[in-house]
Design a protein around this ligand. Structure first.
Ligand code: TXA
Ligand code: MG
Length: 361
């Protein structure tokens, strides 16, 4: 079904109140509103309205067994959406919220089963973005929102990405420019002891362990290395972020010396070029000149960011994956990164997006 989509441009730090009020009305009346968060754009609906929530699954073409994150604007709302919360969890959340962290907790009766795909837990997040917070506040209800992309595509970090996927399918798109982190929130399951990382994100797990004063388990699937245990994390089993262009990820076991990495990528590039294939390389700023020197104009080099600032790599990642399909190439090679800090999130996304992984000794 095609509907009229309205697009509103707002200032990210101080959005126009009247515009947000109009958008909040759409939420209250059961509509779909795309809004910016500090991570990626979200496709929002009133979390208390099962029919509105069902529309999210339809327009995203999302499997119904993949639950949604409920976005709240304050701690009062937390008590509406969860059934119980131990003191250590509350103390922890006060320290990390608002921010790019999602907590899995026991759900309250107010949250319909459509939101949680029938689970007895709910994923909750208090975002840091002023537009997101204002929209939730003015709506007066928590907002259920997955990333605002068609299922399986890279998450949107600009309104343009949202337009590509969801134009004519949602009521409103709020455009506040590029999002800050560019990868989705860190998700931890706080119903388990010790807590379990379900998805790495901008909030590094090292930092969370420090704040929590507890260990956090990192399962293989959170590194993007295996399929998720369905009971633990229903959504993680699906292939994600995949560009249509074949993507080969080249990893190192140890990133202190990058020469083995660049050599392997140059070798793979040469091999494909000699077969008449058009090649792109997604590289760090540190290694880009090596490819330029050896391959010149025979390969397209896309710089993701610096290894010394993994936030820059995270921020450009989804845009680069989307752009791959517009580069008019046959195959893309991407460098691996160290799984430290936000590097863990980058590697989780890259492993899920790639068609093949090569590990170089
Ligand atoms: O940064 C983000 O988290 C963005 C913005 C919009 O907030 N949202 C986002 O939502 O990435 P989505 O739906 O694309 O990813 C949410 C993930 C899914 O993989 C889902 O399976 C998992 O959270 N999830 C949701 N509820 C869960 C639950 N009760 N238990 C375990 N995993 C859950
Ligand atoms: Mg998503």
């Amino acid at each position: 079904m095609v509907k009229t989509t309205k697009i509103f441009k707002v200032n990210a730090e101080s959005p126009n109140e009247e515009v947000i009020e109009v958008c909040a009305r759409y939420i209250r009346e059961g509509g779909l509103v795309v809004f910016p968060t500090e991570t990626v754009y979200g496709l929002g609906a009133n979390a208390y309205n099962p029919n509105a929530v069902k529309k999210i699954f339809i327009v995203k073409q999302r499997p119904m067994d993949n639950p949604l994150i409920v976005h709240i604007a304050g701690f009062k709302q937390l008590y509406e959406v969860v059934s119980s919360i131990p003191a250590w969890v509350k103390d922890f959340l006060v320290k990390v919220w608002p921010g790019p962290l999602t907590a899995v907790l026991p759900k309250s009766k107010r949250i319909p089963g459509e939101v949680t795909a029938g689970l007895d837990t709910v994923a909750v997040r208090m975002p840091l973005h002023p537009v997101a917070l204002k929209l939730i506040e003015k709506s007066g209800v928590p907002i259920a929102a997955p990333s605002a992309n068609i299922s399986g595509r890279p998450s949107p970090t600009t309104a343009q990405h949202v337009i590509e996927d969801l134009w004519g399918k949602v009521d409103v798109i709020i455009d506040a420019g590029e999002t800050i982190f560019g990868v989705e929130s860190t998700i931890i399951d706080l119903t388990r002891e010790p807590p379990v990382l379900l998805r790495p994100g901008p909030y590094p797990v090292e930092k969370l362990r420090e704040i929590l004063g507890k260990n956090i388990i990192i399962p293989e699937f959170a590194r993007g290395l295996s399929e998720a245990d369905k009971a633990l994390s229903p959504g993680m089993k699906y292939r994600h972020y995949a560009p249509r262009t074949p993507l080969i990820l080249v990893e190192l076991k140890d990133y202190t010396d990058l020469s083995a990495l660049t050599l392997k990528i140059i070798e793979l590039a040469e091999e494909n070029i000699s077969k008449g294939k058009r090649v792109a390389i997604l590289s760090s700023s540190e290694t880009a000149k090596m490819y330029l020197k050896h391959l010149g104009k025979r390969a397209k080099i896309v710089v993701l960011g610096s290894r010394n600032n993994m936030y820059s790599v995270a921020k450009n990642l989804f845009k680069a994956l989307r752009d791959l399909d517009k580069l008019n190439i046959d195959i893309a090679l991407v460098e691996g990164f160290e799984e430290k800090g936000v590097g863990l999130a980058v590697m989780n996304r890259l492993r899920k997006a790639s068609t093949k992984i090569i590990v170089v000794d």
